[in-house]
Write a protein that binds this ligand. Structure first.
Ligand code: HEM
Ligand SMILES: *[C@@H]1O[C@H](CO)[C@@H](O)[C@H](O)[C@H]1NC(C)=O
Ligand SMILES: *[C@@H]1O[C@H](CO)[C@@H](O)[C@H](O)[C@H]1NC(C)=O
Ligand SMILES: *[C@@H]1O[C@H](CO)[C@@H](O)[C@H](O)[C@H]1NC(C)=O
Length: 330
């Protein structure tokens, strides 16, 4: 028996290795639309490029949108579904997304253009992934350039408990951060690398005033940076109320680069979750390396984005290709 089983196992492992080499992104695939809609990816990229000229903040928005989509029900565009009488509180309306998530208008514009080229073919989930990839390209001046496998299908379920349960709050400590990412199959390194997306975009004051600018809470935030933030933020900022925004990265606010890690080291970052990266030796080392070694972060960010974009994907006969990204097909 054992004599039989060993070669059998070896053969299986070999077959799997061959299959894995031929389909490294399985169940997703590079060039998924090459036959069904050859212009799909070019159309997405063109709309992103044009849209960012009018509304540069949408670049950061769709990078964040990929994160918030993939961590909740997998990368299935569940974040895009609007409320309906039967489903009055979708993900979109939950506290981690509302009112801070933006970029929905960009996704609509892309879907409109893609439907004009190839009706009913390209999923909204793939559109989010392509848009996040293209935004990374444009915001980095071409340095963060990578292929994005596709073949995701759109989900039909969206509930506001999902974002609460699966998205880490900005008040998270290092052990919380690690476990929120581990639950989705992402490593400690993926977590530190993807946090580097806080090199672009904005934050509402309410996301950090109560734990970072509060005299009765210890914070390691740089004193000068805190003084600046207090000129921008009311200390009682609340979501939906008087709640201005500030840039995530005060040094290079609109460039996707490794400046975030220099900011972490300088204690000029907004969130407890950003500062927490220095509180364990292994995450602190990743921060230092990314701050110091040019090109390292860009290279790893590409890989971690692709990995994040494959979380719990629906493919084949699962899900659907929505006609309108804001509503399930009827
Ligand atoms: C590690 C845990 C993370 C936490 C706790 C966190 C938290 C936050 C918070 C609180 C905001 C500000 C929202 C607002 O008040 O407007 C924000 C913004 C942002 N986040 Fe994260 N985030 C995390 C990871 C990520 C990841 C993995 C990505 C993408 C790869 C990402 C990309 C962004 C971007 C680009 C913005 C700016 C959005 C805009 O300008 O509209 N974040 N994040
Ligand atoms: C939807 O979220 C609410 C909390 O907002 C929760 O009470 C309810 O159980 C959730 N429904 C499903 C089907 O998960
Ligand atoms: C991290 O925060 C959680 C609460 O979110 C708490 O239960 C835990 O004890 C904290 N861990 C550390 C190491 O401080
Ligand atoms: C400051 O922190 C204390 C202690 O956590 C909290 O009770 C209070 O609400 C915070 N103040 C503001 C304005 O957020």
């Amino acid at each position: 028996m054992a004599a039989l089983r060993v070669p059998f196992l070896v053969t299986c492992a070999l077959l799997l290795a061959v299959a894995c080499q031929a389909h490294p992104y399985w169940p997703l695939e590079l060039g998924f639309y090459r036959n069904k809609c050859p212009q799909a990816e070019a159309v997405v990229k063109a709309v992103v490029e044009q849209n960012l000229q009018q509304n540069p903040g949408n670049g950061a928005a769709v990078i964040r949108m990929l994160f918030h989509d993939c961590f909740v029900e997998g990368c299935d565009a569940s974040i895009l579904l609007d409320p309906t009488p039967l489903n009055p509180t979708p993900e979109k309306l939950s506290a981690p997304n509302n009112p801070s998530m933006r970029g929905f208008d960009l996704i609509d514009a892309i879907k409109y253009a893609v439907e004009a080229a190839c009706p009913g073919v390209v999923s909204c989930a793939d559109i989010i992934a392509f848009a996040a990839r293209d935004a990374s390209y444009f915001l980095s001046g071409g340095k963060v350039y990578f292929d994005m496998p596709a073949g995701r299908r759109d989900g039909t379920f969206s509930n506001d408990s999902g974002p609460i349960n699966f998205l880490p709050p900005s008040t998270s400590n290092i052990s919380d951060l690690i476990s929120f990412f581990a639950v989705k199959g992402l490593s400690v390194e993926d977590m530190v690398i993807l946090s580097g997306a806080h090199t672009v975009g904005r934050s509402h004051c309410s996301s950090f005033v109560s734990d970072r600018l509060n005299a009765s809470v210890f914070s390691d935030i740089d004193a000068g940076f805190a003084r600046y933030l207090k000129t921008q933020c009311p200390l009682d900022a609340t979501p939906g109320g008087n709640d201005p925004t500030v840039m995530q990265d005060i040094v290079t606010p609109t460039t996707l680069d490794r400046q975030y890690y220099k900011n972490v080291l300088a204690h000029t970052v907004l969130f407890t979750s950003d500062a927490a990266l220095l509180t364990s030796p292994d995450t602190a080392k990743i921060v230092v390396d990314n701050a110091n070694i040019p090109g390292l972060w860009e290279d790893r960010f590409k890989k971690s984005m692709v990995k994040m974009a494959s979380i719990e994907v629906k493919t084949g006969y699962q899900g659907q290709i929505r006609k309108n990204c804001r509503a399930v097909n009827h």
